[in-house]
Design a protein around this ligand. Structure first.
Ligand SMILES: [Zn+2]
Length: 185
């Protein structure tokens, strides 16, 4: 499954944010460089099939399966990056911090600031934000529900890719979670 890294598939607005971020200058250890000289884009838009592939990897490369849980990469609102030079993913946090602070100026959030993992990931700060515990609980709940349905032969686990947006999906998940919680009381 091919990896797409062109900026052309991002939404026009988010693309502009990324381009302006890459024009910023940052100083790390006394050396000033343009962000575009420090990092490069490794992935932008992602198909549902590729997202599912990442979900099925062992260990999981993503908790989002691309169907019940959409990645913002599918919605053209996220990019992954790596650093030029010897270390693609530097251990020295100073490099990441400088690049992430520059991103913040252009309305782009860093995955590591949001969830304390996924350093290569940057996304539109206007995209719906899910708190880590809530995200984890909802994902777990959906996995459990799907496993139950498969074991009970209610479904073979396959369903057509549905056109729900991430916002609609979270709203539906929240309503279901509230409903189930009320049944347990
Ligand atoms: Zn990402």
């Amino acid at each position: 499954m091919s990896i797409y890294r062109g900026l052309d598939k991002l939404t026009p607005e988010f693309r502009k944010q990324v381009e302006n971020w890459f024009k910023e200058k940052v100083t790390i250890k006394g050396v000033t460089k343009k962000v575009s000289d420090l990092v490069f884009v490794t992935e932008t838009w992602r198909s549902a099939e590729r997202q599912m592939q990442l979900f099925k990897q062992v260990p999981r490369a993503s908790w989002l399966d691309g169907v019940t849980q959409r990645s913002l990469h599918q919605d053209c609102l996220a990019v992954d990056i790596a650093f030029t030079g010897n270390e693609l993913y530097p251990k020295d946090q100073e490099y990441w911090r400088a690049v992430a602070d520059a991103a913040k100026k252009h309305g782009i959030d860093w995955g590591f600031d949001l969830w304390k993992w996924d350093k290569p990931h940057f996304q539109d700060a206007k995209a719906p934000y899910i708190a880590p515990d809530e995200e984890y609980a909802l994902v777990q709940w959906q996995i459990e529900a799907r496993n139950f349905a498969m074991k009970a032969n209610i479904t073979n686990g396959e369903r057509p890719l549905d056109p729900m947006t991430r916002v609609e999906m979270w709203e539906t998940s929240r309503k279901l979670a509230v409903y189930i919680t009320s049944l347990l009381k």
